[in-house]
Ligand binder design. Structure first.
Ligand code: PMP
Length: 326
């Protein structure tokens, strides 16, 4: 591997790993895109870089300026590292329900952290609206607006989709992932369909999100809840508009967590719950496509980000999450 010139060049070009247990369970080949290998340890570094470079290209940010964003945490970490590398400041607004590790990482990166109570999107105190207001009130600041700024999904059309296509040498039958902003699902979906329109693109939706019902029956409607961080959307964001969705699966936390644990116990891979939900969705998609299907998904972030939550037995007990091997 060549020497890269700087930190920002470490974003993207992540490895693709064949997941043994999931492949056996599906009678197929399931591949995981190792987004935890980005410098901020999540898929959101890609969106952060594209959003900041888009703001620069539009002249929306000047040297020494401030990037403001509302985030479940990973986008904030990506923005803070890109900002540090480029000489900007960051103000990050986050719901107080997110993991302690993400908050500590943001503080370590020097971001100004604003914690708000978890609230529905319709509430003006919601983290997204709070971040927009702070951006408006701060001098020389730009609002990253990851949900409706399509520089986010462009990162996945140009980067993630192109990389998966090359790594799989064009032999890919399906792709699935869950949605936070929709940048990953829509971007990878569009990028793969551009190359081969037969690639099946599927949504893997957690409980409590409204997109499964939308793609299945045309109505935004949610049911139940999920403890997964960073996913679960209740509206069609600009990033999701025109996303080529062929199928949809609703995945419970219990089903996602089984795969988090099996990948940890049997393959030594420490992931977060959104990755487990993606892997469970990839197995369902592969079974629907048929024997020998080649399906890719996203391993969104590192499980080391959830040592106090998902990987902590007391927290899991409190949330009622159990693995078959417990
Ligand atoms: N998993 C995790 C852990 C995340 O933080 C995010 C981003 N919010 C996602 C999945 C979903 O990615 P996207 O925003 O591209 O839909």
């Amino acid at each position: 591997m060549a020497i890269v010139p700087d930190t920002l060049a470490l974003i993207g070009n992540t490895p693709l790993v064949r997941l043994k247990g999931p492949s056996e369970a599906a009678g197929a080949d399931i591949f995981g895109k190792c987004e935890f290998a980005n410098p901020g340890a999540s898929v959101k570094d890609r969106a952060a870089l594209f959003i900041v470079e888009d703001a620069e290209a539009r002249g929306a940010i000047a040297p020494g300026g401030t990037i403001v964003e509302g985030t479940a945490g990973n986008t904030g970490i990506g923005l803070a590292l890109v900002a540090n590398a480029k000489g900007y400041k960051t103000i990050i607004v986050m719901p107080e329900t997110q993991s302690r590790e993400k908050m500590d990482t943001l503080r370590a990166l020097g971001a100004e952290l604003v914690l708000v109570p978890a609230a529905p999107y319709s509430n003006p105190g919601h983290f997204v609206h709070t971040s927009r207001r702070i951006a408006e009130e701060t001098a020389n600041a730009v609002w990253a607006n990851q949900f409706d700024n399509i520089a986010n999904r462009r990162a996945h059309v140009v980067g993630t989709a192109a990389e998966i296509w090359e790594q799989m040498e064009g032999r890919i039958d399906g792709f699935t992932c869950a949605v936070g902003t929709g940048g990953t699902l829509a971007g990878v979906g569009l990028g793969l369909k551009e190359r081969d329109e037969r690639v099946r693109i599927a949504l893997s939706d957690p409980h409590g999100a409204a997109l499964y019902e939308y793609y299945a029956h045309g109505e935004l409607k949610s049911e139940g809840s999920s403890v997964a961080e960073g996913i679960g959307q209740g509206r069609i964001t600009a990033n999701l508009e025109g996303a080529p969705i062929d199928a949809q699966y609703r995945i419970s936390d219990a089903e996602g967590y089984q795969w988090v644990r099996r990948l940890l116990d049997e393959e030594g891979l420490c992931l977060g719950l959104s990755s487990g939900i993606n892997v469970a969705g990839a197995i369902r998609l592969a079974r629907d496509i048929g024997p020998g299907a080649r399906v890719a998904t996203i391993l969104c972030d590192t499980g080391f980000r959830y040592l106090s939550t998902l990987h902590n037995p007391e927290w899991r007990d409190a949330k009622g999450l159990v693995a078959a091997t417990d």
